[in-house]
Design a protein around this ligand. Structure first.
Ligand code: AR6
Length: 177
């Protein structure tokens, strides 16, 4: 398991993985942060695919996830998940953040993909405290990987230094060298 979880600093749109996860909003029609970066890099085909999903299924509730093609990205697919907006911690945020990771992983497995890259969902515009969110991300992914052969490789992509430090510390705690 130790060699199935990786931390990568930088821009998630440059990742060479089967699936990139997007921290979307319920509309699925794009936004700022990593959502904006993914849509810019993928081009208009991604927005068109999101519109089709929206027509079929409506909005994507917090904690849920949907999968689309990846447009011009190197990835084969994009999973759009909606994290919770931080409202102080007593509004089911932790459960919903775990659900966002779990439901994304289930879509990766169900589609037979081997590698996936996650951003630090909810820790930007949605305001989730970064340390608490990193702990949930690491716990949820580790727990999932102990029970499923796919994905083989999971990358946590950290755009800011604080997240990179937090994830590194958690990984070292979990797998001391
Ligand atoms: N690659 C990797 N991580 C990134 C990138 C990038 N190119 N750009 C930002 N991040 P956010 P949220 C990090 O705000 O908090 C959008 O408008 C960023 O540093 O993108 O889930 C959606 O449409 C932070 O650690 O997502 C929603 O309305 C993390 O990605 C709302 O923002 C998440 O920050 C979702 O808010």
């Amino acid at each position: 398991m130790q060699n199935r979880i990786h931390i990568q600093e930088g821009d998630i749109t440059a990742m060479e993985v089967d699936v990139i996860v997007n921290a979307a909003n319920p509309s699925l029609l794009g936004g700022g942060g990593v959502d904006g970066a993914i849509h810019r890099a993928a081009g208009p085909a991604l927005l068109a695919a999101c519109k089709v999903v929206r027509q079929q299924q409506g909005e994507c509730a917090p904690g849920h996830a949907v999968i689309t093609e990846a447009g011009q990205l190197r990835a084969k697919a994009v999973i759009h998940t909606v994290g919770p907006i931080w409202r102080g911690g007593s509004d089911n945020e932790a459960q919903l953040l775990g659900d966002a990771y779990r439901n994304s992983l289930q879509l990766v497995s169900a589609n037979g993909y081997r590698s996936v890259a996650f951003p630090a969902i909810s820790t930007g515009i949605y305001g989730y405290p970064k340390a608490a969110a990193a702990q949930i991300a690491m716990d949820t992914v580790s727990d999932y990987l102990t029970r499923h052969p796919l994905p083989e490789q999971v990358y946590f992509v950290c755009y800011d230094e604080e997240n990179a430090r937090l994830y590194q510390r958690l990984l070292t705690q979990r797998f001391p060298v």
